[in-house]
Design a protein. Structure first.
Length: 210
C-alpha cells in the first residue's frame, strides 16, 4: 500500500459511555448466614424446555429459612420476569410494602441490572447486590435450589406444554419445597416449619438490620 500510494481510511471508534457501567457492589461476599427473616434474599433465573418451547422461572429465596418468598414464570427471559418475582416477595413479606435494609442479591444478568428491577427494589427500601461474573458460588443458596428442583422435578420426565410445566413448578415450590421438603441447614425442617418454630416477633421486618 505504501509503494502504491494507498492509505486506509481511519475507523471512528464509538466512545464508551459511563452510564452503562454497573455500580451495584457485592454486599454478601458468599456469607449467606442470617439470624432472622428478610435480611438477605437471593434471586436467579433458570430455564427448561418443553415441546412447545422454553419456560423461564425466577425465584426469590430468603436465606434464613430457605423459603421461596417470590417467584414468576414466563416464556421469555426479560426484566419483568425478575421484577414480578421481586414484587411478589415484597408483598408477601411486608404489609407496608417497605423492607428497609433487606439485601436482594443476584448476578450480573441483564434482568437484575435493569432499571425496572433495581428501581422496584429501591422503592421498597431493599439494597441491591451483585456477585461476580460467572461464579455460581457467589449465589450458592439459589443455585442449590435449582439443582434440587432439576433432580426432583424437571429432569424426571419430558414436558409436553408450557402450561403443564408451569403448573408443576408451582406445585413444587408452594406445595413441596416450602411446606414439606426438609433441609439439613434447618435442622431437617421444611422452610415453613422452620419459620413457625420461631417467635412471631422474629418476622417483624422493622427489626431487620442489613
Amino acid at each position: 500500500m505504501r509503494r502504491a500510494g494507498i492509505a486506509g481510511l481511519p475507523v471512528r471508534r464509538a466512545r464508551k459511555r459511563g452510564s452503562n457501567a454497573i455500580t451495584t457492589s457485592d454486599l454478601v461476599h458468599r456469607d449467606f448466614h442470617r439470624d432472622g427473616p428478610n435480611q438477605l434474599w437471593v434471586t436467579d433465573i433458570t430455564e427448561h424446555p418443553t415441546t412447545e418451547g422454553k419456560v423461564f422461572c425466577c425465584v426469590v429465596t430468603d436465606t434464613w429459612s430457605r423459603r421461596v418468598v417470590g417467584w414468576s414464570i414466563d416464556t421469555r427471559q426479560r426484566a419483568d420476569l425478575a421484577t414480578a418475582a421481586l414484587g411478589m416477595a415484597i408483598e408477601a413479606r411486608s404489609q407496608s410494602g417497605q423492607l428497609p435494609g433487606t439485601i436482594i442479591h443476584g448476578d450480573h444478568g441483564v434482568q437484575f441490572t435493569a432499571w425496572t428491577f433495581t428501581e422496584r427494589a429501591r422503592r421498597a427500601g431493599l439494597l441491591p447486590s451483585l456477585g461476580s461474573v460467572g461464579d455460581p458460588y457467589d449465589n450458592a443458596v439459589v443455585e442449590a435450589f435449582w439443582g434440587r428442583m432439576q433432580t426432583e422435578l424437571l429432569n424426571r420426565r419430558r414436558w409436553s406444554t408450557r402450561v403443564e410445566l408451569a403448573s408443576a413448578i408451582f406445585e413444587y415450590i408452594e406445595g413441596f419445597h416450602n411446606r414439606t421438603r426438609r433441609h439439613s441447614a434447618l435442622g431437617w425442617l421444611s422452610p415453613l416449619q422452620f419459620e413457625n418454630t420461631h417467635p412471631p416477633r422474629a418476622l417483624d421486618s422493622s427489626e431487620v438490620s442489613p
